[in-house]
Write a protein that binds this ligand. Sequence first.
Ligand SMILES: Nc1nc2c(c(=O)[nH]1)N[C@H]1C(S)=C(S)[C@@H](COP(=O)(O)OP(=O)(O)OC[C@H]3O[C@@H](n4cnc5c(N)ncnc54)[C@H](O)[C@@H]3O)O[C@H]1N2
Ligand code: MOO
Length: 400
Amino acid sequence: MISVDEALERLLEGVEPLGGVDDIPLHEALGRVLAEDLIAKRTQPSFDASAMDGYALRAEDLSDPGKSVAVVGESAAGRAFERAIVPGEAVRIFTGAPVPAGADTILVQEDAERLPDGRLKATSALRANLHIRRAGADFSEGQLLLSAGTLLRPGALALAASGGYPVLPVRERPRVAILATGDELVPPGAPVGPSQIVASNGYGVAAIVRAAGGEALDYGIAPDDPEVIGQRVQRGLDEGVDILVTIGGVSVGDHDHIGEVYAAKGVELGFWKVAMRPGKPIMTGRLGKTRLIGLPGNPASSLVSSTLFLKPLIERLAGRSARQGLQKGRLGAPVRANGARSDFIRATTTEVDGEVRVFPLDRQDSSLLSVYAEASALLMRPISAAAAEAGEPCLYLPLD
Ligand SMILES: Nc1nc2c(c(=O)[nH]1)N[C@H]1C(S)=C(S)[C@@H](COP(=O)(O)OP(=O)(O)OC[C@H]3O[C@@H](n4cnc5c(N)ncnc54)[C@H](O)[C@@H]3O)O[C@H]1N2
Ligand code: MOO
């Protein structure tokens, strides 16, 4: 059996980002991947701005407690005070408003006293350069705002808007068809007969697809019939999907037909079986431009193997820049020696003194979705790892 690293290397070998680029409005761009570097079209802020409600003035004018200055006008957000101030003058100012020329500090309202004649005093010591956001503090025109390959998250969308972009060039999304297989499967919400179960895995797999930057296409449920599974696979090929994912039927039982279907379709086999737990029987292949991934049917197996293989494949096709791999943490509890497969243990994480502690969950059977849903990380135990105590270093993969 090949290792996880070798399997991933084989799967990603020669995979290039898809070529298409769409121009789409900002509000539709969440989760898409930026196709080009984004250069700021403007400077933010474009003027020195006050960070507080108060008064703009020269610090020197109120350097001793006996001094006062005249308040000669107002600068509000969107309505600047039109001229420079001169020594002895202050301007009432509000958060976000332009600081008038001649002023070098902001006296916050809470530290200001207006005298009966309207003049202004400071009730605490004042110095220059307080509460002023300098022009260009966020970014300047011509600066790189976001690099090609960035996954567009909420902050990136707001930044692009601020930089002057109502529309963004984004990469074409990899199209990923997901087909559940098994005579026992019924859709969620349908009556569940004796010996039937609900087809649940596809919903988790589809969510992994979307979070990675792909488009998930639901191909429904096929019975354990190689003929029918073959027809659905053909549909994926006809529709030119980038990835065709099947769930179940990759093991060695009499009703496991994915290998047979691959062979009948002339799929060029990538690998079958990886030295990992859960998810060992994963099968991959390629037919023309379509990549095929046969996920194992057990719920945790399908989700762990999607996280380790399907997700990076989508990220590569989507043109995403380098992704986070295994992280360093410390064991929150002792673990047993490991055997001949890398173990991806469903775990929770907490931060203690700036370090992440990883706590394996009690039950690890690959059928347990309640355990998988509780997990925030996969604790990775390498092949043949020795038993380890709480507090020892470990590696883990955060789950989205
Ligand atoms: N003799 C052996 N038996 C098994 C081996 C082995 O090496 N030798 N490997 C085991 C491992 S490890 C796994 S993982 C499973 C994977 O088997 P399949 O991919 O063939 O999966 P199925 O048999 O079709 O289903 C397994 C299990 O998962 C349920 N399932 C399937 N699809 C879904 C779905 N969409 N949603 C929810 N649950 C699903 C299915 O009902 C079964 O209970 O094989 C072991 N056996
Ligand atoms: O790999 Mo199976 O995934 O142990 O249940």
